[in-house]
Ligand binder design. Structure first.
Ligand code: 2RA
Length: 332
């Protein structure tokens, strides 16, 4: 299969290449695409050296699938051009997520909805993916009424510039090209993406809107506070979820242990709970600190951690492509 990776030189793009190789995705030809200034740069993949090509050259090569992680405006402009030449596009930006004509897919939840008409498929936001993956089976069992979520997000979610900022600050230097309006090392920013008119950030509103779309239930109420912390390796989330129906904690454990893609890490007698350092490099969404919210009925507290570059981005995108193959919707 001819596979284009658009945004191949970025953090998510690099992880895409790693995940494609690890999962033995049937790549016969790789087309790494990046901005004009990167054209010609070497990219190693499965023991071969490829060179970054331009968007136009990639479209002319008519790839079977293009996995995009190049930002919203690039996706808006370029994804339809790939789709026009018959390429299936899996897009990791926010460009198409809330478009009612596009599917927003977490494969374990809704890959079954994909059809041959889906030429541009949206990959959800990282912080949404890990939350909904940990909740969808509980929603089936108890019906979610309301979610209150606070995130603790890794700097890798912003990209290389933010990682460099944090490492320079950690080394006692002033960041040469800061990604954030404030220092991030030894600090916490209640600010991810831009502020909207309602006072929430775009990241917070993504969690509200995407959750309803992926779970196919507009009645679910979500309120979010998204926070950047000086960490690499994964995003963490404190999730407070109120159900319509009463639950038994033992059943919640059982359901989560049976949820594909979720790993329960929860033994406080051994100080065992999910942490970004343990999620790093893994595809599983780690869930722990399960406990009843004693302040109101039918409400659960949980702590959810995942590698935002993997299940939150690259792995989820590659899994979508794998499902397209299994469903016969993607053929070489
Ligand atoms: C972040 N959610 O962590 C973003 C990345 N898509 O900033």
């Amino acid at each position: 299969m001819k596979v284009a990776v658009v945004g191949a030189t970025g953090l998510v793009g690099g992880e895409m290449l790693k995940v494609l190789a690890e999962r033995n995705f049937p790549v016969t030809e790789l087309l790494p695409v990046a901005s004009e200034k990167s054209v010609g740069l070497p990219i190693e993949f499965q023991g071969k050296t490829y060179h970054v090509i331009s968007m136009d050259d990639a479209i002319a090569a008519r790839p079977d699938v293009a996995i995009f992680s190049a930002g919203g405006s690039t996706s808006k402009e370029q994804a339809p051009r790939f789709a026009e030449v018959g390429t299936v596009v899996i897009d990791n930006s926010s460009a198409w997520r809330m478009d009612p004509t596009k599917k927003l897919v977490v494969p374990e939840i809704n890959a079954k909805e994909l059809t041959a008409d889906d030429k541009i498929i949206a990959n959800p936001n990282c912080s949404t993916i890990q939350m909904v993956l940990s909740l969808h089976k509980l929603h089936e069992a108890y019906k979610i009424k309301r979610i209150v979520v606070s995130t603790y997000q890794s700097v890798t979610g912003t990209g290389k510039k933010a990682v460099d900022q944090m490492l320079e600050e950690r080394a006692g230097q002033t960041a040469s090209n800061p990604a954030y309006p404030h220092r991030i090392d030894l600090n916490v920013l209640p600010h991810i993406d831009v502020f909207e008119d309602n006072g929430y950030t775009k990241e917070e509103m993504k969690m509200v809107k995407e959750t309803k779309k992926i779970l196919g239930d507009d009645s679910i109420q979500v309120t979010a506070t998204a926070v950047r912390i000086p960490v690499m390796g994964g995003h963490s989330e404190a999730v407070n979820v109120e159900f319509e129906k009463e639950y038994e904690l033992a059943d919640v454990y059982r359901i989560l242990r049976e949820t594909e893609g979720v790993e329960v890490v929860d033994d406080v007698t051994r100080n065992s709970y999910p942490m970004p350092k343990d999620a790093h490099g893994k595809d599983a969404v780690l869930v722990g600190r399960l406990r009843r919210d004693e302040s109101q009925p039918r409400t659960l507290n949980m702590w959810v951690v995942a590698d935002n570059l993997r299940k939150g981005a690259a792995t989820n995108a590659v899994q979508i492509a794998e499902h397209m193959i299994q469903l016969g919707l993607l053929k070489a």
